[in-house]
Design a protein around this ligand. Structure first.
Ligand code: KIV
Length: 279
């Protein structure tokens, strides 16, 4: 599939203009039906590489490929009219340098219709962000806990505690100076998130950060209670759909075993129903 001609209403400039204004609402999505449900309510929707863990059962996001991102990006794109579509660059698709990043970012946008890409990293990614933005690719940065670096961060720990906070602040300033239109702050202390939000010129999107950020994002399967392998402290479950789905599946299984399903209303007779003569 090539790029959808459809353009969602929200743009990177609209997101940038929300700095210090009405909070930006966002969620991840990986499928068309879920994207349709959130389109009216979200300002942007992220096809996150969290899909590797949430949908595909991978142990981390490191095994996510360009092909997986493109397939789910195309699905989400079909469900959006209002919210802006942002797509994650998967591990290994951008870290070599600006040219590699441009090639893969352009492919993601061309093949999914996404209006922007997100990539992980701060100071060390500034040159790449500047290169992409100068060539027409809006970039959302992601700093603090960057899950693609789980092996060098020593796990999914809070980032930027005490004197380490200056490093995260420097990351935020570097990606803003490089031209990113917004920055995700993941799992950083609330005080640091508030300081970054006050000091950088672009909107901060918090996840495990602070209600004072310019916007918030959650992984949709976490907040709906579909992903139950673990629950991070920063996740609020707004529903328990995983439990409801399992109860429904158990009821179906019991009815099949008892030959109660299908019932009379679910099967077809030999004769076609008579045509009604009434007008
Ligand atoms: O992959 C993802 O879902 C993300 C969000 C958690 C920000 O990067």
């Amino acid at each position: 599939m090539s790029a959808t001609s459809k353009q969602s209403a929200m743009t990177a400039d609209d997101i940038r203009a929300r700095k210090g204004n009405q909070p930006i609402v966002s969620l991840t999505a990986y499928t068309t039906p879920m994207a349709r449900l959130m389109d009216r309510h979200c300002d942007f929707v992220l096809v996150g590489d969290s899909l590797g863990m949430v949908l595909h059962g991978l142990p981390s996001t490191l095994g996510v490929t360009m092909e997986m991102m493109i397939l789910h990006g195309q699905a989400v794109s079909r469900g959006l009219d209002h919210a802006m579509l942002v797509i994650d660059m998967p591990f290994g698709s951008y870290e070599e340098g600006p040219q590699q990043a441009f090639r893969n970012a352009a492919r993601l946008m061309a093949e999914t219709g996404a209006a922007a890409v997100k990539l992980e990293g701060g100071v060390e990614m500034a040159e790449t962000i500047r290169f992409l933005v100068a060539r027409g690719i809006p970039v959302m940065a992601h700093i603090g806990l960057t899950p693609q670096s789980v092996n060098t961060l020593g796990g999914y720990k809070v980032q930027g505690r005490e004197e380490q906070g200056d490093l995260v602040l420097a990351d935020a300033q570097a990606v803003a100076d490089a031209g990113a239109f917004s920055v995700v702050l993941e799992k950083v202390p609330q005080r640091l998130a508030d300081q970054i939000t006050a000091e950088v010129s672009i909107p901060t999107i918090g996840i495990g950060a602070s209600a004072g950020c310019d916007g918030q994002i959650l992984v949709v399967d976490d907040m709906l209670g579909f992903f139950t392998a673990f629950k991070a402290k920063f996740v609020k479950r707004y529903a328990d759909l995983g439990d409801s789905a399992e109860a429904a599946i158990a009821e179906y299984a019991a009815e099949v075993r008892a030959r109660e399903f299908p019932a009379a209303e679910h099967v077809f007779g030999d004769q076609a129903p008579k045509q009604s003569t009434k007008k």
